[in-house]
Design a protein around this ligand. Structure first.
Ligand SMILES: Cc1ncc(COP(=O)(O)O)c(C=O)c1O
Length: 377
């Protein structure tokens, strides 16, 4: 059987990871400034993470949600403690798209309304509902038609108000920081006004922190820079450091009903062991502080480089606009071993593990300086 080939791939077969370093089947070495899509939060094969999963696997790998699972409660408690969302409830699932799918569904159940306001440039995943609120028609098939969604410009308060005034809006969904679109942030003014307007028009507010959450921005959630609370927050990528696990944090006023949501794999024993280990490492090694410190320094140094048009982001979620971005990205990988991401034609996207060292960050700046120099001559 052949693979259903939907991915553009490098001719690289990675076999070993340790911290922020990787190596492939041919023995080539790499430095991970992309965290495998912003997923690797505590570094590859962190010893505490490996040990936690290994010892859980020896006890019990899986049972379904037909039985109680004490690890889910432990995970929810730790998540409350580190995120500051103390009185919220947690629903566990398996991927970012599934988290958003459930969040949208909860909003429908709670409000009885249908319409969604999403942001232009948004990416929320590739399943039915998540794709409907994603602003990229190229990803949709005929199956994805007929959702009631309007897209407004990020940070356009008037447009948000106009659409809420028209009525029947169940929910407004906003990324903590737009990742796939090129690292664009909602302003504090927009988020706080959106919070007020959602309350005024009885709509819920979902903050999609799938990419920007879990400490990546230098706070547990990116929207916490703006000081507001969302009704629903979705989490995934950094949560399991590569183990597929995701979640929905739900305001205590939104009541659960038996059978309202469900999943076979969501919140299984191994997933919880992985997610708990991630939070323990984030706390013990002060990784959110490291993301802020190394990220701030990196952004400052990057913004001073000749040839860099602009630098955006928070913590270790960084977008760098460059002429010749695609070529620069290729050379960074081929000649220096740096994995990076991209958004559109011009933006290089950095999402390294949250424990990336200052020394590796400096190495990256040095390599980029040389590559930009070369590409300009
Ligand atoms: C903000 C955001 N939401 C949702 C998703 C979808 O997550 P997944 O690929 O785990 O379904 C992504 C993935 O890139 C994302 O960046």
């Amino acid at each position: 059987m052949n693979l259903f080939e939907v991915y553009n791939q490098y001719e690289i077969d990675l076999t070993i990871g340790s911290g922020s370093k990787l190596s492939d089947s041919k023995g080539n070495e790499y430095i991970d400034f992309y965290g495998g899509h912003g997923v690797v939060s505590i570094g590859h094969c962190h010893p505490h993470y490996v040990e936690s999963i290994e010892s859980q696997l020896k006890r019990l790998g899986f049972y379904s949600n037909a039985v109680q699972n004490g690890l889910q409660k432990k995970l929810a408690n730790k998540l409350c403690e580190l995120s500051g969302y103390n009185d919220y409830n947690l629903f566990l699932c398996n991927s970012g798209a599934e988290a958003n799918e459930n969040a949208l569904k909860i909003a429908g159940f709670h409000t009885g309304k249908k319409k969604v306001i999403a942001m232009k440039g948004a990416f929320h995943g590739r399943t039915g509902g998540a794709l409907a609120v994603t602003d990229n028609a190229a990803l949709a098939s005929s199956f994805n038609a007929d959702h009631e969604v309007v897209f407004i410009d990020l940070n356009n308060i008037m447009a948000l108000k106009n659409h809420l005034q028209k009525g029947n809006v169940a929910v407004v969904i906003i990324e903590g920081i737009q990742g796939v679109n090129g690292v664009y942030e909602p302003t504090s003014e927009f988020l706080n006004k959106a919070r007020e307007l959602c309350d005024e028009f009885d709509a819920l507010m979902i903050l999609d922190e799938v990419q920007s959450g879990y400490g990546r921005s230098g706070l547990f959630f990116a929207h916490q820079y703006s000081g507001l609370k969302a009704d629903i927050i979705t989490i995934a990528k950094g949560m399991g450091n590569g183990f597929p696990v995701a979640g929905v944090l739900i305001h205590p006023n939104i009541k659960a009903k038996k059978g309202m949501l469900g999943t076979t794999f969501g919140g299984n024993h191994l997933a919880c062991a992985a997610a708990l280990a991630v939070l323990e490492v984030i706390e013990k090694e002060s990784l959110i502080g490291n993301a802020r410190k190394v990220g701030d320094d990196l952004m400052l140094k990057l913004s001073k480089l000749e040839g860099v048009k602009s630098v955006r982001g928070k913590g270790l979620m960084i977008g760098i606009d460059l002429h010749n971005m695609a070529e620069i990205r290729k050379v960074l990988l081929k000649n220096y071993g740096f994995f990076t991401g991209s958004s559109g034609a011009n933006t290089l996207r950095l999402l390294p593990p949250l424990n990336i060292s200052q020394a590796l960050a400096d190495e990256f700046v040095e390599a980029l300086t040389t590559v930009i120099g070369g590409s300009q001559s």
